[in-house]
Design a protein around this ligand. Structure first.
Ligand code: CA2
Length: 145
């Protein structure tokens, strides 16, 4: 059975509690429940993790080695700053999909730069919490093809 790690970065633990006009009203616990339900439906294993700390996210990516086939990564603001995350992704065997709830390209210019995109198989953004489901389907299709 394929295994997917859904990894969320800084401030995403606040999901559903503030700025609903940008990030929606779905909480991180709701997102994780949605991923678990969808994983059962499509026949994959899913593990969810979140950290506000850059190094901890790097550790999660390293620990995926030999455990997870794919990582769905919403690196939050580290997307726009983190060479450390880019290097960790470059060194992993797992297939990485970059994910954002909001359409980062329709927002401030500083959000248009991503250190994650060049080392990811693809990017899903702008579809809110449903993006996690789209990413699971997309990465499974990618792994199987
Ligand atoms: O759209 C996304 O998913 C982002 O990765 C979210 C990040 C932002 O820095 C990226 O540019 C785009 C911010 C996450 C903050 O999440 C919050 C959620 C609810 C309330 C407050 C913050």
């Amino acid at each position: 059975m394929r295994s997917i790690l859904v990894l969320n970065g800084p401030n995403l633990n606040l999901l559903g509690t503030r700025q609903p006009e940008i990030y929606g009203t779905t909480t991180l616990a709701d997102v994780e429940d949605m991923c678990a339900a969808h994983a059962e439906k499509i026949g994959v294993a899913v593990t969810c993790a979140q950290s506000n700390h850059e190094g901890a996210l790097v550790d999660h990516i390293h620990a995926a080695r030999g455990v997870h086939d794919a990582i769905i990564l919403n690196a939050g603001a580290y997307t726009h700053t983190s060479i450390a995350l880019m290097d960790a992704i470059s060194s992993t065997e797992a297939t990485v999909v970059e994910l954002h709830l909001s359409n980062i390209h329709a927002r401030e210019t500083f959000r248009h730069t991503s250190y994650i995109s060049p080392v990811s198989v693809g990017l899903i953004c702008g579809f809110g919490a449903n993006g996690y489901i789209l990413a699971m389907d997309a990465v499974l299709h990618h792994l199987e093809s």
